[in-house]
Design a protein around this ligand. Structure first.
Ligand code: ADP
Ligand code: MG
Length: 362
């Protein structure tokens, strides 16, 4: 089945053509430069830019896959979670294409896409076998950070095990970079500086250190960095800056991997899969694999292209919905919220202490 995927939920306009696990084309127009001067995504600007770029990006995806619209069997579009104005651009366009081609249309949850992205085979890369279900998905991006039990490719196969009570991991990176005056997005900049720093050179607290909790909280760590800056001033030499970044990064990585390992143990699952923009982090990828190996757990790290926002993962997740008989033509809706039931409410819901019994997906 040849699926055209369309993604406009935040700051990337993306389109892809996917056949089974094979990515035939994957085109992304990033808005990073547009939002950089504001230090974060400006929703109105994002919508306008999607409107300008969605059509050429889709045309490019079809051309690179060497297919025409008539060859496409179904259209998948991100319909949640995301910025409403941004989602509307993609969903309206997808709806019009599905109508004109008389092809099935499915709305895809962006987080489900991230959790399945590991299954994709990108051109020019060594083929790898599909990752068998179930696995624990560790999703860490700019907007979301949570752990999931993934039993299959449908939203009903996926259950949240715990998420962040405040900032997402990527958001913490971006805020720390902002307060250190490093630029946007902060993740890659802090990552680079951290690689040459000493993680024990600066003392920072460990976020949500309770061993029995699968919830995250990164705003305290961010405040910790802020307090350090208040006390010591903005790092005025490269070494201090690198050490501060390294200490921050070490806390984030150890927290993410530590909690993912607790989740895997509690669910009796031996595979953890990374997803989301923070999965591009060098320390998370390298140290994460080592920490997991020491506990006899396999950490599957998708290629960079699969970690950050893309439309190939949306097409892949959409194919599963179409195969299950889904067709949202005439009733596609958008939402700022994920379809996956949330255990952790942002702003401090009841603390989730993971059940010792394996939790089945709904
Ligand atoms: P969202 O769509 O929720 O904004 P993305 O999946 O597009 O998230 O990822 C963007 C986030 O990933 C940003 O917060 C960015 O700082 C972070 N990020 C990107 N690269 C890295 C990295 N190397 N280390 C840590 N964070 C990173
Ligand atoms: Mg993004």
């Amino acid at each position: 089945m040849l699926v055209l995927g369309i993604e406009t939920s935040c700051d990337e306009t993306a389109a892809a053509v996917v056949s089974g696990r094979h990515v035939l084309s994957d085109v992304i127009h990033s808005q990073i430069e547009l939002h950089a001067e504001f230090g974060g995504v400006v929703p109105e600007l994002a919508s306008r830019d999607h409107l300008k770029n969605a059509e050429p990006v889709i045309r490019a995806a079809l051309a690179r896959a060497e297919v025409g619209l008539t060859d496409i069997d179904a259209i998948a579009v991100t319909c949640r979670p995301g910025l409403s104005g941004a989602l509307l651009v993609g969903t309206q366009l997808a709806q019009a294409l599905a109508w004109s081609q008389d092809k099935p249309l499915v709305g895809v949850d962006h987080l489900v896409g991230h959790l399945l992205a590991v299954q994709l085979e990108f051109p020019g890369r060594e083929p790898s076998p599909a990752v068998p279900f179930p696995y624990v998905g560790l999703l860490a991006s700019g907007g979301h950070t949570a752990l999931y039990r993934v039993d299959g490719p449908l939203p009903s196969d996926i259950a949240e095990l715990g998420g962040t009570r405040d900032d997402a991991a990527g958001e913490a990176y971006d805020k720390v970079a902002k307060l250190l005056g490093l630029g946007y997005p902060g993740g890659p900049i802090v990552d680079k500086l951290a690689q040459e720093g000493d993680p024990d050179g600066v003392e920072l607290s460990i976020p949500m250190a309770q061993k029995d909790s699968l919830e995250f909280s990164f705003s305290g760590l961010k405040t910790n960095v802020m307090r350090w800056v208040h006390e010591h001033g903005k790092p005025d030499n490269d070494k201090n800056l690198r050490d501060l970044c390294a200490a921050f990064q070490r806390r984030v990585v150890d927290t993410l991997i530590g909690k993912a390992l607790v989740a895997a143990e509690r669910q009796s699952i031996d595979t953890i899969v990374l997803g989301g923009g923070v999965a591009a982090n060098s320390e998370l990828r390298l140290r994460g694999v080592e920490l997991c190996r020491a506990r006899k757990v396999r950490l599957v790290v998708p290629p960079f292209a699969a970690c950050t926002d893309n439309a190939a993962m949306i097409a892949y997740a959409g194919a599963a919905l179409v195969q299950a008989g889904g067709d949202d033509r005439g009733r596609l809706t958008i939402s700022p919220k994920t379809i996956l039931p949330r255990l952790t409410q942002k702003g401090g819901g009841a603390r989730v202490s993971a059940s010792p019994r394996p939790l089945r997906a709904r």
